[in-house]
Design a protein around this ligand. Structure first.
Ligand SMILES: [Mg+2]
Length: 180
């Protein structure tokens, strides 16, 4: 069996929505002052994609917050992420257009762990965070708490359909929804 490709998950606005101010319904989890809402179909998504990919997590959130959320999300999963990286693995950058700063996820750090970037995908709702490696990115619509959201169902289907592609970076992925 050839090794599985690596799928790096973003957390906030990709798998969950989390805010200090609660939505009009009960949250799924409280982490400190945050109300956390899990994106619909997250459990099925994780189970399905983990059959085809090794999973990892890379979030620009802080360590304790991230650990609590990953523990909650993975509690029902047979396989666990190969690594869980937090903000300390990100590179702080200034965005002169938006006049703010953001946390870049530089996949060089993943390559240094021995992963072949041809076979690495990273899910991200904020394209600038993966701007150095857009060829590895699959962009996700940000999740703000909508209970009718079916992004993760579509994404699971799409990710299954491409898991055998030898080099993900040669694959046009920006219009992935049109391939469904
Ligand atoms: Mg995000």
């Amino acid at each position: 069996m050839p090794p599985k490709p690596l799928l790096i998950l973003d957390i906030d606005e990709t798998i969950i929505h989390s805010k200090q101010a609660p939505l009009a319904r009960q949250c799924d989890l409280r982490v400190g002052i945050f109300h956390v809402y899990v994106r619909p179909h997250a459990e099925l998504f994780l189970t399905t994609v983990s059959e085809h990919y090794d999973l990892a997590v890379w979030s620009s959130a802080t360590r304790g917050y991230l650990a609590a959320i990953v523990k909650f999300l993975m509690a029902t999963q047979k396989t666990q992420p190969l690594f869980v990286w937090d903000r300390s693995k990100c590179t702080r950058r200034v965005d002169y257009v938006e006049q703010d700063h953001f946390f870049l996820k530089d996949l060089k750090k993943v390559r240094r762990q021995g992963f072949d970037l041809d076979r690495v995908l990273i899910l991200e709702d904020e394209p600038r965070k993966v701007q150095k490696h857009y060829g590895n990115a699959v962009y996700v619509e940000p999740f703000e708490g909508d209970l009718d959201d079916d992004e993760l169902l579509k994404l699971a289907y799409y990710l299954q359909s491409i898991c055998d592609v030898p080099n993900f970076r040669n694959l046009e992925k920006r219009y992935w929804r049109s391939r469904l």
